[in-house]
Write a protein that binds this ligand. Sequence first.
Ligand SMILES: [Zn+2]
Length: 177
Amino acid sequence: MTTLAPLPYESPATEQDHAVMRTQLGREMRGVISIARRCACGRPAVVRTSPRLEDGTPFPTSLYLTLPWLTLEISRLEATGLMAELTARVEQDSELAAAYRDAHERYLARRAEIGDAAEVRHVSAGGMPTRVKCLHALAGQALAEGTGTNPIADEVLVMIEGVLPELLCRCDDVEEA
Ligand SMILES: [Zn+2]
């Protein structure tokens, strides 16, 4: 296997990060390896997690979006039926399909750096490589790896204010809502 360049934004998870994630999710974030991307304010945005949780459960979504304002924005987009539209595009556009498959392969290679769970070895996340099922999972990859890794996620993230080219902080949007 070829070695990947390090995740560009990865940093260690501190005790404070764990406390923030508990607030973000309303539960303990399990299987934490590191913080793969942070909001501009420093709060965890994407958490890198082990492919197998402490209790033995396989956990394929190894780049997990936790940032509430962004999760909410993506849920709003999902509610418009965008996934069906994007899946149809992947089916019809061979160039897009190839790039999306590359993103799938990248997901698996990145996860293999931190462990292995045979049950999910060929399962990436978000519906890849042929379907678009969860925009949160795809966004997690794009935010962790940077623009140009996942073409579908890049298209989605550009629709959300404050994500590209730099991830800004909109945490107050959610806290005040
Ligand atoms: Zn923030």
